[in-house]
Design a protein around this ligand. Sequence first.
Ligand code: SF4
Length: 228
Amino acid sequence: MRVAEIYKSIQGEGFLTGEPSIFVRASGCNLRCWFCDTPHASWNPEGEDLSVAEILGRIELLNVDHVVLTGGEPMLFSEMIPLCQGIRDSGRHITIETAGTLYLPLDCDLMSISPKLAGSAPDPVEHRRWHRRHEQTREQFSVVNRLIDEFPYQIKFVIDQVGDCEDVLAYLKRLPKIDRERVFVMPQGTDQSQLESIGTWLRPWAEAKGLKLCERKQIEWFGFARGT
Ligand code: SF4
């Protein structure tokens, strides 16, 4: 499977914030969010083709107990099934970061689902084909239902505009079995001042709705840099 990067850092988002982790970034995505902060794994996928054994070998060398399988969209790749089995056999904790459009039967300790809202779509004029595909693909309620049934989970919504908040509530209404204690809203942005600016109105809104604010601590700690 094509891998853009494998590196050691600290988890900056969600329930496991602060946990030293190995990040394995699968290269390739079935969506094209305009705000994607990893275009090297979506819009312009890059990286090297690695076997499952090679990925497991690199994880072993980095020697950290938590592994985050991210992308791009890692659930595009069937190699994830033996990869997760191998990581589980090594005794490590597995987080999978996914947009929740695809299902695979695999081992996972935390399914971190980031469903994409209407405001994520790419420009309909500049990227007509991808806009249509993105809109046809991004909402897969039956997949998300299955993921939250089968795995411990967290849900992270990216919020750019006030209007996105209404879309979050509509989404939660469509899937009422989602536990709000497991729902994060995350400011869109790759610089700290932008995150803080959205956070000023998003935090009180989240608290009022019983949701959590996800601060994206990796931006605060390291800035917007690859490999962090
Ligand atoms: S789903 Fe994630 S990786 Fe894919 S385009 Fe959107 S933000 Fe980027």
